[in-house]
Design a protein around this ligand. Structure first.
Ligand code: C5P
Length: 218
């Protein structure tokens, strides 16, 4: 049986991950968090103290990345890195190694292998443009950096962490800028993507919108 593929792209903090996981549960599909692959690579780069301009070493690591996804956990060479990779520091390094074309090429087949029957919900930046250009449904989520930062602050406070909104806005903008301006697989909607602006929607409304688009396709 062929796998149905639904791609969800957009900038950081826009709610893609929550939507993608929820849709995957609703549809009984597999789920690809491609950002977790780039974050795992960043973790490896930091662990091995690779220089960010050492393209050969970073590409070699990407080709043999010792990461596994098991029941929601990210295991790197036997170590559970699920929480560590969520830090802004790791995200920042991820966005600095992600522009390397050879790195993206090395990670391509690994991401495509997630497309298994009955289907896949793939979350990232270039899912609809590069990794799954023939996807059955392509969604692109947007929201202003300020709104995404407010959501992040709420999330951090809920977890009992301090948060500086201005710093978070700055981090989000810097990462957006790197992701959208790179030459290889920049963050942008595919020509055939449906854009959902989530600025004035709560996550339930976003989920319901996406589910009805999925049913229309189905
Ligand atoms: O989605 P997430 O915030 O976990 O991604 C972390 C970083 O990994 C992004 O800012 C981006 O630089 C990179 N990334 C990418 N392509 C993807 C997913 C993530 O370049 N498909």
């Amino acid at each position: 049986m062929m796998a149905t593929v639904i791609t969800i792209d957009g900038p950081s903090g826009v709610g893609k991950g929550t939507l993608a996981q929820w849709l995957a549960e609703q549809a009984g599909f597999h789920f690809l968090d491609s950002g977790a692959i780039y974050r795992s690579l960043a973790y490896g780069v930091m662990r091995d103290k690779l220089a960010l301009d050492d393209i050969n070493a970073i590409t070699a690591l990407a080709k043999q990345l010792p990461v596994e996804f098991k029941a929601g956990a990210i295991i790197y060479a036997g170590v559970d890195i699920t929480s560590i990779v969520r830090t802004e520091e790791v995200a920042s390094v991820a966005s600095q190694v992600a522009p390397i074309a050879a790195v993206r090429a090395a990670l391509l087949a690994r991401q495509q292998a997630f497309a298994q029957a009955p289907g896949l919900i793939a979350d990232g930046r270039d899912m609809g443009t590069v990794v799954f250009p023939d996807a059955d449904l392509k969604l692109f989520l947007t929201a202003s950096a300020e709104i995404r930062a407010e959501r992040r602050v709420k999330q951090l406070k809920k977890q009992g962490n301090d948060a500086n909104i201005n710093q978070i806005i700055q981090d989000i903008k810097a990462r957006d800028q790197r992701d959208a301006s790179r030459e290889t697989a920049p963050l942008k909607p595919a020509d055939d993507a449906i854009t959902i602006d989530t600025s004035d929607l709560d996550i339930n409304q976003v989920c319901q919108n996406a589910l009805s688009l999925l049913h229309k396709k189905g």
